[in-house]
Every structure is written in structure tokens, then in C-alpha cells.
Design a protein around this ligand. Structure first.
Ligand code: ADP
Ligand code: MG
Length: 322
């Protein structure tokens, strides 16, 4: 069982950023209002996530660390229908198979639980005083899979990957206060008041509201809202364009291209806007023929959606005479 968890870990847990992603998604699934992410040495030393969410009942903690015990879907078609971000029941067992994990959790009623597992082996499981929520710390990452350790990039690159994941999760969840500390330095803190523009400001340092255009578009199949920067506020990479489908961050080349095309000649060659687009659609329109972990998603009626995106931004630019 430990071996199959390690194999699963190879797919789910590639690097420290994957751990941050899975643990923060768990905190979000648990209805947290506040999530604190504390990382040291790009996650190679430790990754700690503290949330104020639902917590886990004492009896359920060992189950949460068992593979597939919690799978919520039976087919990939269900992926965009489930409300929760987690669905495979694979993250905790995978992480625990390649690291040392200590979790303190409480539902706020009765005693909480302190649970430690390392390399898939239970170290301890005991009642503990704790406030409502979950506090999980991961250390000794890849201690038993040295090949994985070697595969990691420089600490700077690993930190960038973590920051990127945290940024996307914060953009997708403006109603949750998210903080990210690295080596005692604050990298991000969002207010958690539901205001997407303030999250954009916290991440990209664009504090002047006039630098971002509100983006609102709708047709029979899609409704889009979000923010995109003025043509003169650009970056040299597409990576500052975030596209969310039903609150999940995805990658899609066509849609990104449509957004850029919508700016027309206003955008200098090689320059890209800073954008966050929330696209809401019926999950049946999501083409599931792409591996979900890769986040590459295709959409039926993609051409129609592309046109809606391009038309919305070009209309806004014309309206505002930007
Ligand atoms: P999944 O998220 O796919 O269900 P995970 O392995 O990530 O699988 O988590 C297993 C289960 O543990 C979750 O379904 C959830 O019930 C519970 N869990 C994990 N993290 C938390 C958390 N921070 N707060 C509350 N419950 C959690
Ligand atoms: Mg999960």
C-alpha cells in the first residue's frame, strides 16, 4: 500500500508547489474563511497550512490518509460538476507516503486530534486541544524518494512555482483571506472581503483601480466576469492571464489568444495584459478529454466563447476610448 501511494504521489506530488496546491485546496473545500501558508526554504524545509475550516472528526482522520477512501467522483465527466476542488482522495495519502506529516485538526466540538504519519507509517494518533480548523505541517519532503529530490529545480524556481499556485488560488477565492509567508517574509496577504480587484492589487501591485478594466460578457452559453489591465499595463509573459472555469483555474491557449486579440493594435507586440477571467458555463460544455491534473481544458463551443471574450474586451476599449 505504501508503494502504491508512492506511485500515486509521483503523479500528484511533483514538487513543493503541488503540496501547497493540494493542501490549500483542502482548506478551501473545508469552507475556510482564512488560510495561512507558511513555507520555509521553498518548501524543502517545511510547508505549513493553517485553516479555520470544518476540521476533521477524530475517527475520520486515519481514513482521510487512506487512498481513494474519499473519492467523490466515478468518472472524469463529473470533474466540473463537483463543487469541491478535491475529488480523488489521493492527496493526503500521497503526501504522507513521501514526507513527514503532522496534522492537528478539530471540528470545534469535543477534543481535536493530533495525527502524525511519515513515509506512510503511522507515528502517532492522539486527542489534542485545538481550535476549529486544521493545521498541517509537511517536513522531510521526498526523504524516501531521493530521485524526486534530485529532479527539483533551484530553490528560487520552486518558490516561484509556489507563489504562482498561491496567486491563482487567491484570485479564484477573493472571499477567503489568504496569507503566504516565506522564510518569515510576507509574500502575499489578501483581505478576504470578496473584492477581486483588491486581490489583483495585492498580487500585482496595481493599486490604482483605473488601471484595470472591469470585464463583463454574456451570451446564451457563457457568462464572464473579471478584470483585465489597460493596454499600457502589460507584462512580457502570458502567465499573468488567469482563466477560471466554474472557479477552477485552467489553461487554454485559444481563450488566451482571444483575449489578446481583443486588444487589437492597442497591445504592443510581445506584451500581454494582466487578466483574471471567471467563466461560468454548464459543465457539460467542458471537454474532459484532457488530463485534469495538467489543467489543460478544452471547451465545446470554444470558438463562440473566444469570440465573446475578444468582442467584450474590444468593445470596452472602444467605449472607454482607451
Ligand atoms: P480529496 O480532497 O480529493 O477528497 P485529500 O486526500 O486531499 O482528498 O483529502 C482527503 C479528505 O480529508 C478530504 O476529502 C477531507 O474530507 C479531509 N480533509 C483534508 N484536508 C482537510 C482540511 N484542511 N479540512 C477539513 N478536512 C480536510
Ligand atoms: Mg484534496
Amino acid at each position: 500500500e505504501v508503494l502504491s501511494d508512492q506511485i500515486a504521489a509521483g503523479e500528484v506530488i511533483e514538487r513543493p508547489a503541488s503540496i501547497v496546491k493540494e493542501l490549500v485546496e483542502n482548506a478551501l473545500d473545508a469552507h475556510s474563511r482564512q488560510v495561512d501558508i507558511i513555507v520555509s526554504q521553498s518548501g524543502l524545509d517545511s510547508i505549513r497550512i493553517i485553516d479555520d475550516g470544518d476540521g476533521i472528526l477524530a475517527d475520520d482522520v486515519p481514513i482521510a490518509f487512506k487512498r481513494h477512501a474519499t473519492s467523490k467522483i466515478s468518472s472524469r465527466e463529473d470533474l466540473f460538476k463537483v463543487q469541491s476542488l478535491g475529488f480523488r482522495g489521493e492527496a493526503l495519502p500521497s503526501i504522507a507516503s513521501v514526507a513527514d506529516v503532522v496534522m492537528t485538526t478539530s471540528t470545534g466540538e469535543g477534543a481535536g486530534t493530533k495525527f502524525q504519519i511519515k513515509g506512510g507509517q503511522l507515528i502517532s494518533n492522539q486527542p489534542a486541544q485545538a481550535r476549529r480548523g486544521t493545521d498541517i505541517t509537511v517536513t522531510d519532503l521526498f526523504f524516501n524518494t531521493p530521485a524526486r529530490l534530485k529532479y527539483l529545480k533551484s530553490p528560487q524556481t520552486e518558490l516561484t512555482q509556489i507563489t504562482d499556485i498561491v496567486d491563482r488560488l487567491a484570485l479564484a477565492n477573493p472571499a477567503v483571506a489568504i496569507s503566504f509567508m516565506h522564510n518569515d517574509r510576507e509574500i502575499l496577504r489578501t483581505p478576504g472581503n470578496g473584492n477581486l480587484q483588491e486581490v489583483v492589487a495585492a498580487i500585482y501591485g496595481i493599486s490604482n483601480a483605473r488601471k484595470m478594466i472591469e470585464f463583463k460578457g454574456e451570451d446564451a452559453d457563457f457568462s464572464i466576469d473579471g478584470y483585465t489591465s489597460l493596454p499600457e499595463i502589460t507584462r512580457s509573459s502570458r502567465q499573468y492571464i488567469s482563466i477560471l472555469i466554474n472557479h477552477r483555474y485552467i489553461r487554454n491557449y485559444q481563450l488566451t489568444k482571444a483575449l489578446i486579440q481583443g486588444y487589437g493594435s492597442k497591445l504592443m507586440v510581445g506584451r500581454y495584459p494582466i487578466s483574471v477571467l471567471n467563466i461560468n458555463l454548464d459543465p457539460v460544455l467542458v471537454d474532459v478529454n484532457v488530463h485534469p491534473a495538467k489543467r489543460e481544458v478544452r471547451i465545446s463551443k470554444e470558438e463562440q466563447l473566444s469570440q465573446l471574450i475578444a468582442a467584450t474586451i474590444s468593445k470596452r476599449i472602444a467605449q472607454e476610448n482607451l
